[in-house]
Design a protein. Structure first.
Length: 237
């Protein structure tokens, strides 16, 4: 056998063992026995995008005032959430998560008057408030792959409005809400903690609408408004 052939085989074997060692490279497991404990505590912070989902009756006011119609909408606004969490894992795949959150939301409703000459300036109403929220979510987790895993979740959230900022252009609304929730997330284990980003969608079940008292109000054309929130959450345990 020629020396060049032998040399080529040696190089090929060396490359093979090198690639194999890289594939099987040791990765240190952080908090290796995390799943042996069923209960874990942590905290979370979150950025939220929130608004109302409106149900409005088409209203023609041409026989009452010079206006022809009134359009209603609820733009998305930013919110903030912070709170503590408790997790109970009763199976290698299933975990229940709950806790108590404090959330700051400002929701808006805008009305546009449509007249024969065009659209008049928008009239905006606000409801800026602090909520106490208790979410209860069931998580379905994948098996842990070294220092990470993914999951999906679903459940509900009870919300109680604790404080409302009083303004002249305030939206009248009920102070308790129940929301259905679903989402997905990713768990990453580090040496001293577990980091868990999550995207979650919340759809309010309760009709938060309150009828205006006396006289004509643009809110008279509304039948219902429900809360709607999209949250990007960051959990630390």
């Amino acid at each position: 056998m020629k020396k060049s052939t032998i040399f080529g085989l040696i190089i090929a074997l060396c490359l093979t063992f090198s690639l194999k060692s890289q594939v099987n490279k040791y990765v240190q497991l952080h908090d290796e026995y995390y799943d042996n404990k069923p209960v874990h505590f942590g905290f979370m912070i979150s950025h939220a995008s929130t608004n109302f989902l409106l149900d409005a009756t088409p209203l023609n006011l041409s026989n009452v005032t010079p206006r022809l119609a009134l359009n209603a909408s609820s733009p998305k606004t930013s919110g903030f959430q912070i709170g503590g969490t408790v997790n109970y894992a009763y199976d290698k795949h299933y975990e229940i998560r709950s806790g108590l959150n404090i959330a700051l939301y400002e929701r808006q409703i805008e009305f546009n008057e449509v007249t024969p000459t065009g659209i008049n300036p928008t009239k905006t109403y606000y409801r800026e408030s602090t909520w106490l929220e208790i979410p209860v979510n069931l998580k379905y987790r994948s098996l842990r792959r070294k220092n990470h895993r993914i999951y999906i979740l679903g459940g509900f959230k009870l919300g109680i409005e604790a404080n409302v900022k009083r303004t002249g252009e305030q939206i009248q609304a009920k102070t308790t809400d129940v929301s259905l929730e679903y989402g997905f997330g990713f768990e990453k284990f580090y040496k001293f903690f577990k980091f868990n980003p999550e995207l979650k969608f919340s759809h309010g079940v309760n009709n938060l609408y309150l009828s205006p008292l006396g006289g004509f109000s643009p809110f008279s054309r509304l039948n219902q408004y429900n809360s709607h929130t999209i949250s990007l959450l960051f959990y630390f345990e």
